[in-house]
Design a protein around this ligand. Structure first.
Ligand SMILES: [Zn+2]
Length: 354
């Protein structure tokens, strides 16, 4: 599953390639991973993609208010608040199709001065923030294509852009999520998530980790504690910081959480530099694979030698996920050591298969 470095790589690529483009029309196919496909179809046409941001493990395509100047609304029935679904039935469909019809045939870029940068939106922009949230799940990808290019299999959403290209969402397994969110709904959604590991201070990180009896591996991956870290970067940073994945957060000392955060940040930054880890077919907005998987020290290296001490890397299930670690560099918590010995006598430990 793409984690922070992969999503960051993709978001940067999209920012460079499609930011500033207006969405002309939307075509959806399989929609079972979308919160409200009708809202996506109705709300996106006519809006400009202001910028693409990573938030935790997903992307936010920040969208403008749309292209209708506010004065125009006075002559019509009041424009419905886009966050309120009840109004949409009355007005949304017509508005969307009108908008789509309006922008077709207009040369790329010609229509932009009307809705972009004229400041009419700024006073109410907080409440009127809107975005398309895209979570890639296991196998999702969002990338621009020329409209003439044949559709790849498993293309579930196509956003036609005003320059003739199409932003296409392809996802064979559909474990991802797509949602149009605005105003309060958007704010509430983002509020559920913890700190960004690249921005969090050592102080706050220590508080979040040491305040819990959950295992450190689980805490690192808990998106309400820290947003963006998954299995790969949790394992890698724990190995680098020499902390066992089954250690309880509350039992870590302050110098250990400091070490862990430093390791995590260093690894994430290096991974972003190397355009992420290409596990399960991850590619960026240009279709290029990442290289960081070549730097993995423990992830999926069970049975191989530890780069630091030469001991054989093992794995165990922590927090429901296979966790890779060096049994010598990353000392097991005492409780676990006892259990392990018992299990070993019963012949339940030592079989190495992921
Ligand atoms: Zn080792």
């Amino acid at each position: 599953m793409p984690e922070l470095p992969e999503v960051e790589t993709l978001a940067r690529g999209l920012q460079a390639r499609v930011a500033g483009r207006r969405i002309v029309s939307v075509t959806l196919r399989q929609t079972d991973f979308m919160d409200d496909p009708v809202a996506i179809e109705q709300e996106l046409p006519g809006r400009t993609i202001e910028r693409i941001e990573r938030f935790g493990k997903f992307m936010l395509l920040r969208l403008t208010a749309g292209e209708e100047p506010p004065e125009k609304n006075a002559t019509e029935s009041p424009r419905p608040s886009r966050g309120q679904r009840g109004h949409r039935e009355k007005n949304g469909k017509r508005t969307a199709s009108e908008k789509a019809a309006g922008v077709e045939g207009i040369p790329p870029g010609k229509n932009q001065a009307r809705d972009d940068g004229d400041g009419t939106e700024s006073s109410t922009s907080r409440e009127n923030e809107r975005a398309l949230l895209v979570h890639l799940g296991m196998t999702g990808n969002l990338a621009p294509h020329f409209a003439g290019q044949p559709l790849a299999k498993h293309t579930h959403a196509t956003f036609a852009l005003d320059d003739g290209r199409e932003l296409r969402y392809v996802d064979p397994r559909r474990f991802g999520r797509m949602a149009y969110l605005a105003g309060e709904t958007l704010a509430a959604e983002l509020h559920r998530f913890g700190a960004d590991p690249l921005l969090v201070t050592a102080e706050e990180f220590a508080e979040r980790i040491r305040g819990s009896k959950a295992r450190i591996k689980a805490l690192l991956m808990d998106q309400s504690v820290l947003r963006g870290v998954g299995n790969i970067y949790a394992d890698e940073s724990l190995w680098k910081a020499k902390i066992h994945p089954a250690q309880q957060g509350a039992q870590l000392k302050r110098d250990e959480t400091d070490r862990l955060l430093a390791a995590l940040q260093k690894i994430l930054q290096k991974a972003i530099e190397m355009r992420g880890s290409s596990i399960s077919d991850f590619v960026d907005a240009e279709g290029l694979a990442g290289d960081y998987q070549q730097r993995h020290k423990v992830y999926a290296r069970d049975g191989k030698k530890c780069f630091r001490c030469g001991k054989t890397i093992r794995w165990m299930v922590v927090a429901g996920r296979s966790s890779h670690f060096c049994p010598l560099c990353q000392r097991a918590p005492r409780r676990l050591t006892g259990r392990r010995k018992k299990a070993k006598r019963a012949g339940r430990v030592g079989r190495s298969k992921r």
